[in-house]
Design a protein around this ligand. Structure first.
Ligand SMILES: Nc1ncnc2c1ncn2[C@@H]1O[C@H](COP(=O)(O)OP(=O)(O)O)[C@@H](O)[C@H]1O
Ligand SMILES: [Mg+2]
Length: 331
């Protein structure tokens, strides 16, 4: 495998004008993607079209129009070749409760064309990799949600795919299982040198694993770039904690021509120039408040997502809102 960043590689996934309708319902519209090797987070509220996009890329459902390739294979006609090179962890549980974990994973391998001996050997390896070494001979019906998700991941990895597609891999997991899942996915990218596409409606999850991001909203791609570039695009802010007159301070900052927003004692001021800090201190003296803390504020993905949604005119105020149906564009 080439070192990262040394070669400009061709994208592993390309789509052009992809559109998917379920009857009269438009689920994906004019999706143009160029996904590089590495880790990509597909971020969007419920109903945005994430699962539909994955199913189109895997050739599991027919697209209405447009085209696309995965590792050079046509998504419209070469689904089987695509699925032999991709591991897919679906959103829903399709595991057989009566099977031992080891047999479920081996069976997944055999369905993907592996011979029984290889499938068995790999089942042991991948179950250990996902943290289920000691549960290999337990029936799936006894598994917790975290163990079910890990089994699904093992099934997706059994044939050692070049690309792993995970649909909401952290859904329903408690903190410990979630953290282990994200670590395992990161390891698959960074140590295993595989590409991972994961969807989520949780910004933090994506930020932990992915270098690149695709934001999807009502079936359309609204952002497609590296997280690093995205973060750079956002205005820098200075965050202050003030005592004794935060709202007076806010007014003073505004009347000095600075852009300020306040959350209780915390005020964030847009960093306009090198003089901004001096202007803040001057405003503090003039409004007789104490500045207890002052630091550069690093926007996180959630801030950025909200900012983008704001620009799009969507009335989304926080991650919680992303979960409610009226914002999902779905029925
Ligand atoms: N099989 C289906 N039949 C009809 N509508 C569907 C079907 N699957 C998904 N949809 C609709 O398509 C839109 C996108 O769904 P989906 O891809 O599941 O979104 P996400 O995975 O981002 O939550 C939603 O409005 C959903 O209701
Ligand atoms: Mg989904």
């Amino acid at each position: 495998m080439p070192e990262q960043g040394q070669l400009i590689e061709s994208p592993i996934i390309v789509t052009k004008g992809l559109r998917k309708m379920y009857g009269p319902h438009l689920a994906l519209d004019d999706v143009n993607l160029e996904i590089p090797r590495g880790s990509v987070g597909i971020l969007g509220p419920n109903g945005a079209g994430k699962s539909t996009l994955f199913k189109c890329l895997l050739g599991l459902i027919t697209t209405t129009s447009g085209e696309g390739t995965v590792l050079g294979h046509d998504i419209r006609s070469e689904g089987e070749s695509i699925r032999s090179k991709i591991g897919y962890m679906p959103e829903y549980n399709a595991l057989d409760p009566n099977l031992f974990a080891i047999d479920q994973v081996r069976y997944a391998g055999e369905l993907l064309g592996m011979n029984s001996k290889n499938a068995t050997r790999r089942s042991h390896e991948v179950l250990e990799y996902v943290g289920l070494k000691d549960q290999r001979y337990r029936k799936i019906e006894t598994f917790s949600t975290g163990m079910l998700q890990a089994t699904k991941l093992a099934c997706a990895l059994v044939h050692d795919p070049e690309i792993l597609i995970c649909d909401e891999p952290t859904n329903g997991l408690d903190q410990r299982a979630r953290s282990f899942m994200l670590q395992t996915l990161s390891r698959t990218v960074r140590e295993g040198n595989r590409s991972v596409l994961m969807s989520s409606h949780v910004m933090d999850d994506v930020q932990e694993v992915c270098d690149n991001i695709v934001m999807i909203h009502q079936g359309r791609i609204v952002v497609q770039r590296s997280i690093e570039e995205l973060v750079k695009q956002v205005d820098k802010e200075i965050e202050l904690v003030v005592w004794g007159g935060a709202s007076r301070m806010e007014d003073k900052l505004r009347s000095s021509g600075l852009e300020a927003r306040r959350l209780g004692r915390v005020i964030r001021v847009k960093m306009e120039s090198d003089e901004t800090i001096e202007e803040i201190l001057r405003a503090a003296v003039q409004s007789s408040v104490q500045v207890r803390q002052m630091k550069e504020y690093e926007p996180d993905l959630e801030d950025i997502f909200l900012l983008i949604m704001d620009k799009l005119g969507a009335e989304i105020k926080g991650t919680e809102d992303l979960m409610t149906p009226e914002h999902t564009g779905g029925a």
